[in-house]
Ligand binder design. Structure first.
Ligand code: S3P
Length: 176
């Protein structure tokens, strides 16, 4: 399958994928799809409930199923996708993401992520214990993968949403 004209936002929890995705969808002729929301709608329960009742491997399988469904869907052009922070970590998902579109990694510092996620109650992988330690340990396993699969990396610290949006959409390929 050839590369679709879609934007795929990847990055750690709290890096701003959903906010940026919605912003792009409001300012460009793109629809917004959030894989977490897609899973929540399909399962009719929250991410916390899925993790609690079925465990993380089940959730990871759902992420792969969603990607495959999106790839075969006829209506998968001119979309901006926000994918869960752990989705690119499943090896099978990486070529699927690349097929789906142009992969943009929103890279955010640990300090900034801690600020944003300290009080979070929606992310099961950060529940209990020290949030900074959890972020550091997950990021250690993930950062090289995010960087390797990205077509473009944007450092988000200190940038407002409009600035990030402009960096994402300045590339020639997104101009119609
Ligand atoms: C996860 C990130 C979450 C969600 C789930 C697991 C992860 O999505 O998919 O809680 O493993 O990093 P966001 O990155 O949108 O918070």
């Amino acid at each position: 399958m050839s590369k679709q004209k879609n934007i795929i936002l990847i990055g750690f929890m709290g890096c701003g994928k959903t906010t940026c995705g919605k912003w792009i969808a409001n300012n460009k002729p793109f629809d917004f799809i959030d894989t977490d929301q897609y899973i929540v709608d399909k399962e009719r329960r929250s991410i916390n409930e899925i993790f609690d009742h079925e465990g993380e491997p089940y959730f990871r399988r759902l992420e792969t199923i969603v990607l495959k469904e999106l790839l075969v869907s006829k209506d998968v052009r001119q979309k901006v996708f926000s994918v869960g922070g752990g989705l690119p970590i499943t090896k099978e998902n990486r070529p699927l993401l690349k097929q789906l579109g142009y992969v943009v990694y929103l890279r955010t510092s640990i300090d900034e992520l801690v600020k944003r996620l300290n009080k979070d109650t929606q992310r099961p992988l950060l529940a209990g214990g020290n949030v900074r330690d959890k972020i550091i340990s997950l990021m250690e396993k993930r950062k090289d993968i995010y960087e390797q699969i990205a077509d473009k990396i944007i450092d988000t610290d200190g940038k407002d949403i409009k600035h990030i949006y402009e960096e994402i959409t300045c590339d020639k390929w997104t101009k119609y």
